[in-house]
Design a protein around this ligand. Structure first.
Ligand code: SF4
Length: 90
């Protein structure tokens, strides 16, 4: 079973507590990308996510932060040649 970012980070932004739900959890356009639920395995490409407890901004704004994220590396290793960096058309 593949892990989604909120399970790996245990951020609680998946509705499991009183905090507001992160766009990575609800963005259905990204569903099944990298075998994830909604944006759960492509969260670096979802605008406005809540990592590190603050709104992270757009894909362009957070690309450097996310490039160092252990979860992103994990997904890249697990997906190998099927790994997708983004889910939207440029
Ligand atoms: S993007 Fe970050 S804050 Fe949002 S659900 Fe994933 S781990 Fe949690």
């Amino acid at each position: 079973m593949t892990e989604n970012c909120w399970e790996f980070m245990k951020c609680g932004r998946d509705g499991s507590n009183n905090q507001s739900i992160c766009p990575a959890v609800t963005d259905s356009r990204a569903n099944k990308v990298n075998r994830g639920r909604n944006g759960g395995r492509v969260c670096w490409a979802v605008d406005g996510t809540f990592c590190a407890g603050r709104v992270q901004g757009t894909y362009a704004e957070k690309v450097l932060i996310c490039s160092e994220c252990p979860f992103r590396h994990k997904v890249q290793e697990e997906e190998r040649t099927k790994f997708r960096q983004i889910y939207f058309k440029i």
